[in-house]
Design a protein. Structure first.
Length: 354
């Protein structure tokens, strides 16, 4: 069963092909029929199954495994690439997909990814082909793990809670297991069925939501200069596709919660960059106004820096944070950091603001 669990978890994380239909293409009552958008003389291409739309959420219901149910949201779209986030209740995974040269490929896969960062241009790793043209019965290719993936049917009728679809069937065969994936034109993936040693696990599209946001709860820390400690509050950030994360952090820091807390950022401070580096450390770079608008003594300045460090470190799940000004090491009248020096997350002197 352990092998099946691992394979199923991997399968679920890979099933991120979910192109949204128009607003009325999936009816609330589930009475929806998908037909190919072409005549018999035309040939379907990957684009017909990969017409991604922003601000869409796919909800899949699962059977046979507790992690077979999951949701998919599009974080970013850049040209022929999309970055999608899946959540199966146990973890979040981000994948970058690309439609190029007659192939739909997974370029990057990152598990336990609870932070939001644009990875559409990140270096590729463990590339996997999901679909390959021509979309004809018999088109076949071999995956890196030696499984064989092929197109096995072009007109399979699949009934789901979200509607009934005419689908493209893709079969993946491994040693002792088989996966059937069903893609509907203008919709994307509508069902997957994994079987191994008599055990069957399925994920089926139950609902397609349009014009929705990705809601992320982020813990922000603020100074309390009267008692020399930090307060934290949990804020809900509402992201649309292609929203820039650092701007939301700027606004959230400026939006002071009610209570005896002091500001972190001045009114004109901007975050120039915010990211997690390959050295497993988070990096945040501010404009020069961070220093000129601070007007703080050494104690207050330390609390500001610790608030930023705790917020960014907690968000990315790391304990080291680089704070720079205009790309240069942090240097003020009280504190001077050298290149490659980092601030360290410290939560011992923090309490929740209620």
């Amino acid at each position: 069963m352990k092998k099946i669990f691992l394979i199923v978890s991997l399968l679920i994380s890979l099933l991120l092909l979910s192109s949204c239909a128009d607003k009325d293409s999936v009816k609330p009552d589930g009475d929806n029929t998908s037909t190919p958008p072409n005549t018999n003389a035309e040939v379907l291409t990957i684009k017909d199954y990969f017409g991604q739309k922003e601000n869409s959420k796919y909800v899949y219901e699962g059977q046979g495994n507790e992690f077979a149910s999951y949701t998919v949201f599009m974080d970013y779209k850049a040209g022929n690439r999309v970055q999608q986030r899946s959540n199966n209740g146990g973890t979040e995974m981000v994948k970058v997909l690309e439609n190029k040269d007659g192939e739909l490929r997974i370029l990057l896969s990152r598990g336990e990814c609870y932070y939001r960062e644009n990875l559409t241009q990140a270096p590729s790793s463990n590339v996997e082909i999901l679909l390959k043209e021509p979309l004809e019965i018999g088109t076949s290719w071999t995956l890196a793990d030696s499984r064989i993936r092929s197109i096995t049917n072009l007109q399979v009728e699949v009934a789901t809670p979200s509607g009934t679809y005419k689908t493209l069937e893709v079969t993946t065969v491994g040693k002792g297991d088989k996966t059937l994936d069903y893609y509907a034109p203008n919709i994307g993936l509508v069902k997957s069925v994994f079987t191994s040693n008599g055990v069957e696990v399925s994920s089926t599209l139950s609902k397609l939501e349009t014009n929705v946001s990705f809601i992320q709860t982020v813990r922000f820390y603020f100074p309390n200069t009267n008692v020399d400690k930090l307060y934290f509050v949990n804020k809900e950030l509402s992201f649309k596709t292609n929203d820039i994360t650092k701007i939301f952090f700027e606004n959230a820091f400026r939006d002071l919660p009610k209570g005896n807390v002091a500001k972190v950022l001045g009114p004109n401070v901007k975050i120039k960059s915010l990211y997690l580096n390959q050295d497993n450390r988070a990096y945040i770079d501010f404009t020069k106004e961070f220093l000129s608008e601070m007007n703080a003594g050494s104690s207050y300045e330390n609390l500001i820096l610790q608030s930023i460090t705790n917020t960014i470190g907690t968000y990315y799940g790391v304990d080291k944070v680089s704070i720079t000004i205009e790309g240069n090491p942090y240097v003020s009248g009280h504190i001077g950091m050298k290149k490659d020096e980092f601030f360290t997350v410290n939560l011992t002197n923090s309490v929740e603001l209620k």
